[in-house]
Design a protein around this ligand. Structure first.
Ligand code: NAP
Ligand code: ZN
Ligand code: ZN
Length: 351
């Protein structure tokens, strides 16, 4: 086993603190990755605080991992030492079900193996995420990070990037569509970038008036403050597509009222409590409400290549691991611009 420094939550009430984990020695089909950076997703907070229930402790969060291949198993094809690679929200799946065969491993009928807060198939050992210095991953669940994307700014693409790219493709966002992005955080700011790149006319709907300037700098065509009730009157029935990335409970009906007839709203945020939905919000204008969960390996690679082609990367604030608990508190206040990324060198023991 490979003794590896990490940061973990001991239980749902404790702040993250230094912890030591054991990574498995790479098997014949495994790749050992030296982690360079790991993004901080709001899902890390939900799970470290057991807001969704069933969390496995101690927990080492982190599923926006980028780094370099340090070692490969004897049967590994396609990866060599030194390759720049990424790992997203899952590290395994059954590989045999209809969803896995379609390349939608995140929807595996037997359940994907999440990068952390999950159990390895076979050994049953707990999985630990990217708030650590290295990780052993099966070769089929590794992504290639194109050279053109700055590595620290590439990390958030592995979750925030694919989670916003995939629904735009799946639900068919079209050039010229009027797109609203609700919540300008890690997911939201990537949704703005992808929406603009796909030719949509993008409006940011935010609780933070202070993000107006940033929204426009990110490429959005308009900004509207959702704390202002007038916004819901002025923008009623004006969007073809809404991406909702809000992490806390909020009134879906109010946002649905902003869709045109036949418009689509996609939920990405996973608030800890359910929200009532009025049937009329959908029925009266034949609107659609959908959800989306990250994306499969093939589509994640497509998204990374799309980013390289379109000059897209995440806007980040680089932090040392010691700042992680403060970063969580800032995210809970919406004070994120627009993804915290951990510099993994801060986890390595002092030389
Ligand atoms: P984040 O960076 O913290 O951004 C969330 C944003 O939501 C905040 O910046 C804020 O934006 C807005 N917000 C927060 N509280 C709000 C409230 N009470 N009312 C209205 N708006 C509020 O979080 P993230 O990492 O982007 O993740 C967002 C959500 O998506 C989380 O629930 C996360 O677990 C989930 N997620 C889902 C998937 C998936 O596959 N579906 C993948 C990753 C993450 P403003 O300041 O602009 O209002
Ligand atoms: Zn995530
Ligand atoms: Zn499967």
């Amino acid at each position: 086993m490979l003794k590896t420094p990490a940061y973990a939550a001991a239980d749902a009430k404790s702040p993250l603190a230094p912890f030591s984990i054991e990574r498995r020695e790479p098997g014949p089909r495994d790749v050992l990755i030296d982690i360079a950076y790991c993004g901080v997703c709001h899902s890390d907070i939900h799970q470290a605080r057991d807001e969704w229930g069933g969390s496995i402790f101690p927990m080492v969060p982190g599923h926006e991992i980028v780094g370099h291949v340090a070692q490969v198993g004897a049967e590994v094809t396609g990866w060599k030492i030194g390759d720049t690679v990424g790992v997203g929200c899952f590290v395994d799946s059954c590989r045999e079900c209809a969803q896995c065969k379609k390349g939608e491993e995140q929807l595996c009928l037997k359940g994907m193996t999440a990068t952390y807060n999950s159990h390895e198939r076979g050994s049953g050992a707990p999985t630990y995420g990217g708030y650590s210095t290295r990780i052993t991953v099966d070769q089929d669940y590794v992504l290639r990070v194109p050279a053109g994307i700055p590595l620290d700014r590439a990390a958030p693409l592995l979750c925030a990037g694919i989670t916003t790219y995939s629904p735009m493709r799946h639900y068919g966002l079209k050039a010229g569509d009027k797109l609203a992005v609700v919540g300008l955080g890690g997911l939201g700011h990537m949704a703005v970038k992808f929406g603009v790149a796909m030719g949509a006319e993008v409006t940011v709907l935010s609780t933070s008036e202070s993000k107006r300037k940033d929204a426009l700098a990110l490429g959005a065509h308009a900004f509207a403050a959702t704390r202002d009730a007038e916004t819901f009157k002025t923008l009623a029935e004006s969007f073809d597509f809404i991406i909702d990335s809000v992490s806390a409970p909020h009134d879906y009906n109010a946002y649905l009222s902003l869709l045109k007839a036949d418009g689509t709203m996609v939920l990405l945020g996973v608030p800890e409590k359910p929200t009532p939905l009025a049937a009329g919000s959908l029925i009266m204008k034949r609107r659609k409400l959908g959800g989306s969960l990250i994306g499969g390996i093939r589509e994640t690679q497509e998204m990374l290549d799309f980013c390289a082609e379109h000059g897209i990367a995440s806007d980040i604030e680089l932090i040392d691991i010691a700042q992680i608990n403060d970063a969580y508190e800032r995210m809970l206040k919406g004070d994120v611009h627009y993804r915290f990324v951990i510099d993994s060198r801060s986890l390595a023991p002092a030389a």
